[in-house]
Write a protein that binds this ligand. Structure first.
Ligand code: FAD
Length: 468
């Protein structure tokens, strides 16, 4: 091969965690090698996750809002979807970002090695690519190997009509009928996409609500809107069998009473969770402990049980989110460079980029109740927001939770258009220890959706009482 290569810091995996760690380490003056099995940098998030899904969700939202304008006096013809062109646009967005990353790696003299990396010892990784196997040695290593979609043994995943999120993003084809198995964030986002593009979509979820991590009251506006657009949302229902036949996928459902029924679909997305890649890198050869489920345990400085090897992102555990991976990547690179740094974020926001969006951060009411934590709340319904009404999207809600001792913000949730952007203010409030008065007395621009955070704090303080 091309001979041995040495990196002071070697990063395994180029997703949001890996590229962030590699760039930070290089900026701190280290000689960095970044190992990635695919030709394109950016991992799941850029290639087959966050970014392509958001491009398609944008398209779906434009379609649904355009349709709804007919209620307000402007009508358009029914949309004509050119799946090839839409796919090319989405791939172009991805390409712009992944190409940008390659440029940034070059600028920083980060050596990118393409191939599948596996540990061969505590200071070495063998990288197998097209040109053979190359030995990469390191002083320190940061594992950022990410995760992949869970497949279920009783489902015929070999059939091209059965896809995970990666296949679903290909839009090949947009079917007439589709089943989405799993009403979590990824499943419900993809259901929103396919519905917007014209498919009749059924979502099936085992729990008693969609987006199981979010509070029920926050999910309600989304459920209500999408119930009308989707073929069905089946809660407390399991899929127990899938038979691939020539006329479609014959799916057997079992509801909470144990009653079964069968329905046929043209396509099926399995979105039942993601599993970490920790078990596939021969970590034991480096002495790095991996759990039975494939996670790598780390301390507050992202160190594994082997002090010169760090791990970050999806491979270290929940929540499996890009912004968590990025934050951990910076911590790992800085600790590796000898800086005093630790992961000490108070909160990590969660967002479903559905239509409307559902976002939450810190404590949820469900968690508070389960853990016996006392709280006060301020709730502002968007039906009283001038901006939400002008946008013709007044189904949203903004909710803040406060510590009864000192009125500090301890949690918040927003449902509505742009909720994912709006939730950052609540995250900042929690990080800074802001209280209800801080949010109520901060002048927010009018008319904006951001005012709903201001109003929710005022509702709690009792300074606005007559809006509802
Ligand atoms: P990954 O992005 O998984 O990257 C790991 C990289 O390591 C991959 O490129 C892989 O090829 C490489 N790799 C693994 N093993 C090896 C090896 N042995 N040798 C060489 N290379 C290897 N998160 C959000 O925050 N917001 C969103 O909107 C969002 N949307 C999503 C939508 C979808 C459809 C999916 C599937 C996920 C979404 N996520 C979202 C989750 C997000 O993509 C992940 O949390 C994030 O990508 C994790 O980053 P990471 O760096 O840990 O790993």
């Amino acid at each position: 091969g091309e001979g041995d290569l040495h990196g002071e810091v070697v990063v395994l995996g180029s997703g949001p965690g890996g590229y962030t760690a590699a760039f930070r380490a290089a900026d701190l003056g280290r000689k960095v090698v970044l190992i990635e099995r695919y030709a394109s940098l950016g991992g799941v998030c850029l290639n087959v996750g966050c970014i392509p899904s958001k491009a398609l969700l944008h398209a779906a939202r434009v379609v649904s809002e355009t349709e709804e304008m007919s209620d307000h006096g402007i009508s358009f013809a029914a949309p004509e979807v050119d799946a090839d062109k839409l796919r090319r646009w989405k791939d172009g967005v991805v390409g712009q970002l992944t190409g940008g990353l390659a440029g940034l790696a070059k600028q920083r003299n980060v050596t990118v090695v393409q191939g599948e990396g596996r540990f061969t010892g505590p200071n070495a990784i063998a990288v197998t690519g097209e040109g053979g196997t190359r030995n990469v040695t390191f002083d320190q290593c940061i594992i950022a190997a990410g995760s992949q979609a869970v497949k279920l043994s009783f489902i015929p995943h070999d059939d091209p009509r059965v896809v995970t999120s990666t296949g679903a993003l290909e839009l090949d084809p947009i079917p007439e009928t589709m089943l989405v198995l799993g009403g979590g964030i990824i499943g419900f986002e993809m259901a929103t996409v396919y519905q917007g593009l014209g498919a009749r979509v059924t979502v099936v979820e085992m729990m008693d609500q969609i987006l199981p991590g979010a509070d029920k009251d926050m999910v309600k506006p989304l459920h209500k809107r999408m119930e009308k657009r989707l073929a069905a949302i089946r809660l407390k229902t399991k899929v127990t069998a899938v038979e691939a036949k020539s006329d479609g996928l014959h799916v057997t459902f079992e509801d909470e009473k144990g009653d079964t029924s069968t329905e046929t679909f043209d396509k099926m997305l399995v979105a039942v969770g993601r599993t970490p890649n920790g078990g596939k890198i021969d970590a034991e050869r480096a002495g790095v402990a991996v759990t039975d489920r494939g996670f790598i345990e780390v301390d507050h400085q992202q160190r594994t049980n082997v002090p010169h090897i760090f791990a970050i992102g999806d491979v270290v555990g929940q929540p499996m989110l890009a912004h968590k991976a990025v934050h951990e990547g910076k911590v790992a690179a800085e600790v590796a460079a000898g800086e005093k740094r630790a992961f000490d974020a108070r909160v990590i926001p969660s967002v479903a980029y559905t239509d409307p969006e559902v976002a939450w951060v810190g404590l949820t009411e469900a968690q508070a109740k389960a853990q016996g934590i006392k709280y006060h709340k301020g709730v502002f319904p968007w039906a009283a927001s001038g901006r939400a009404l002008s946008n013709s999207r007044s189904e949203g809600v903004t909710k803040l939770l406060f510590d009864p001792e000192d009125d500090r913000v301890i949690g918040g949730a927003i449902t509505g258009t742009s909720a994912g952007d709006l939730i950052s203010e609540v995250a900042l409030a929690i990080e800074m220890g802001a209280d209800a008065t801080d949010l109520a007395h901060t002048i927010h621009p009018h008319p904006t959706l951001s005012e709903t955070v201001n109003f929710a704090a005022e509702m709690f303080e009792g300074t606005i009482t007559d809006l509802m």
